[in-house]
Design a protein around this ligand. Structure first.
Ligand SMILES: NC(=O)C1=CN([C@@H]2O[C@H](COP(=O)(O)OP(=O)(O)OC[C@H]3O[C@@H](n4cnc5c(N)ncnc54)[C@H](O)[C@@H]3O)[C@@H](O)[C@H]2O)[C@H](O)CC1
Ligand SMILES: [K+]
Length: 493
């Protein structure tokens, strides 16, 4: 158990702060004795230092907006000019409209301030986007959009805080152009890791501008970017005295005739460390599963009594139904029987779709540890799709009482208590048939060993991405389970 007593150690380093939480961090820092102009000076100086580390002096066009993002831009301009850069600065709006720290830093800029126009881009070998940051509240107008497009065509863009047009809290694109590098302050926002924001940011660097990490104790962040330090301590260890039952017994419901999905999930669960893995199959499917699986037990199940007898085996510590199960009442009633055991259950694919239009039946049945792993289409059949991905996954988790893994290139893992983790290590090669079956099996394998549902889901999603990254191009889902030993070795190093 981590110090917060809730499983993994949710460290501050991976915390994602909303725009409002970032403003609290600013306010606490100012209250602690750092005036805003100094904080802005630190921000702009950090941006200039990172630029100077990466590019040799040339002509740079600094595009400043009407607020503090623009204020940061004035600091960057001054610092780069001091370092010998040829700085062309232009400002959206009248200089006398600037206020506070932005006005203070604009006054320290001794060079010309041109009105915002493409002329400022002439000959530039680098662009600094200081137009809008955390204060963006609507799509940039046509003039700004045209300038950004011209800038992107002219030279690499370094965006301050976020690329102008990206919403910090959601990563939504209101008309941004892609930056090569985005430099933000203290901690990332969800918009730096959710799509399309993450892509528009290019490389994202987090600069320390003197905000003390202790402000996180007051802010109490609930959102993190996924990584092993969040759940490594919660990973089931191989207890020296352990035997197969302490490593749990994972049960997969084997579909027919679509047997491949369950076989992939079963292999993944075994590779994730479940001590015993078995697959329950309709009798006619027995030969197919039996020939394909060796260390994995195949259990023929005929009818409800047989199922009840199987599920009454207290040694079974976690269940999975969904991959290849088929959509309909049979899958629905088997899922309900598994949930009724009160032991860990993973619901994926067809098991989710079998409750389409009646999510309340599912909510009512979830009383024990449960992880559901919908993609967007399956999610839309069960839950409300309004709002950004973090909001949607959190609402479904709160409503169902299950951990929701809303899959995608920016998978969100949400717990019923409001915690959420955004995953950023999934390569595009994971978009291949059967990939979801393997993920469901990984979650099952970790749950079977007693891991907390939220930690198990986050760890499985990360391992899934790490396995695919280790393989590279040409990946198919069948390759994934065999890559787990390397992933686990990497985690225990
Ligand atoms: N977080 C930190 O530690 C620090 C952040 N800093 C920088 O401050 C900005 C946020 O500044 P803010 O003044 O709140 O907003 P912006 O500068 O992003 O926007 C200015 C202003 O523009 C208006 N506006 C919004 N959208 C549009 C639009 N599409 N068209 C026209 N005008 C628009 C709105 O009124 C905004 O208020 C943050 O990003 C950091 O870069 C501090 O400088 C240092 C510490
Ligand atoms: K910006």
């Amino acid at each position: 158990m981590g110090p917060d007593g809730r499983g993994a150690v949710l460290t501050g380093d991976r915390a994602l702060l909303s725009v409002a939480q970032m403003a609290v961090a600013d306010r606490l820092t100012v209250a602690g004795g750092t005036p805003v102009p100094v904080l802005m000076g630190a921000a702009g100086s950090a941006v200039a230092r990172i630029i100077a580390d990466r590019w040799s002096p040339g002509r740079v066009a600094v595009l400043c907006g009407p607020g503090d993002n623009g204020g940061d831009g004035f600091v960057v301009a001054r610092r780069l000019a001091e370092a010998g850069w040829d700085v062309q600065l232009s400002l959206l709006g009248a200089p006398d409209r600037l206020t506070g720290a932005a006005a203070h830093n604009a006054a320290l800029w001794t060079g010309p301030v041109a009105p915002l126009s493409p002329a400022v881009l002439e000959g530039a070998t680098l662009i600094v986007d200081a137009l809008f940051g955390a204060g963006l509240n609507r799509a940039p107008d046509r003039r700004v959009a045209a300038l950004l497009a011209a800038a992107a065509a002219q030279a690499p863009i370094v965006a301050i805080d976020v690329p102008s047009g990206v919403m910090g809290d959601t990563g939504a694109d209101l008309g941004a152009v892609a930056a090569s590098l985005t430099i933000t302050f203290f901690r990332k926002k969800p918009g730096h890791v959710l799509l399309p924001g993450r892509t528009l940011c290019g490389e994202t660097v987090v600069a320390d501008i003197g905000i003390a990490p202790s402000v996180l104790d007051r802010i109490a962040p609930q959102t993190w970017e996924n990584g092993p330090d969040l759940w490594r301590d919660a990973l089931p260890l191989l207890h020296p005295t352990g035997h197969k039952y302490t490593r749990g017994h994972a049960l997969v419901w084997g579909g027919y005739p679509m047997t491949g999905a369950a076989r992939l999930a079963t292999r993944a669960a075994a590779r994730a460390g479940a001590g015993l893995t078995s697959v329950a199959v309709p009798p006619q499917a027995l030969p197919i599963y039996a020939t394909a699986l060796t260390s994995i037990m195949v259990r023929p199940v005929t009818g409800a009594e047989d199922l009840a007898a199987l599920l009454s085996d207290g040694r079974i510590t976690a269940h999975l139904i969904g991959p290849g199960a088929g959509v309909g009442d049979a899958t629905r009633s088997t899922a309900l029987a598994m949930l009724a055991t009160g032991r860990a259950v993973v619901l994926d694919a067809d098991a989710l779709t079998s409750f389409a239009g009646d999510p309340a039946a599912l909510d009512r049945a979830i009383t024990g540890p449960c992880v559901m792993t919908p993609h967007d289409g399956e999610f839309a059949r069960l839950w409300d799709t309004t709002g950004d991905k973090l909001h949607r996954a959190r609402a479904a988790a709160a409503r169902s009482g299950a951990v929701i893994v809303l899959k995608g290139a920016d998978t969100v893992i949400a717990a019923p208590d409001g915690r959420a983790i955004v995953n950023t290590n999934a390569p595009p090669t994971l978009a291949t048939a059967g990939s979801g079956d393997v993920l469901a099996g990984l979650v099952l394998g970790l749950l079977a060993q007693g891991m907390d549902a939220f930690d198990a889901a986050a760890a499985a999603v990360w391992m899934h991405g790490d396995a695919a990254s280790r393989f590279g191009p040409g990946l198919i889902a069948d390759d994934l389970p065999g890559l787990l030993p390397a992933v686990l070795r990497g985690l225990s190093a």
